[in-house]
Design a binder for this molecule. Sequence first.
Ligand SMILES: [Zn+2]
Length: 107
Amino acid sequence: MALPTLRPRIGMADLRTAALPPKVAEPFYSSAEWIALRDRVRCEANGRCQAQGCGRTERRMYVDHIVELKDGGAPLDRSNVWLLCASHHTAKTASERARRTARPGGL
Ligand SMILES: [Zn+2]
């Protein structure tokens, strides 16, 4: 219960001028171990998408965790990482998200 005689001790922040915090990439993705694995996967895949029947090469390719980290996938296990083109990466990410949110308790 608020006492009507006391004023709040902290003033309201003027959020109209507050800047958003800067976006920070997850530190894992700038680690030397990940960068080495990422480069190895790109090289071994010959720059080609490894989704079944694809083989596309694009300017922007994605080194992707087959079992995502948020699903408990091993971050630095070579067998859990593959190279995907943009459309396969987008499709996989969307289907993983849909599957995750369909579970009881979601996200
Ligand atoms: Zn592809």
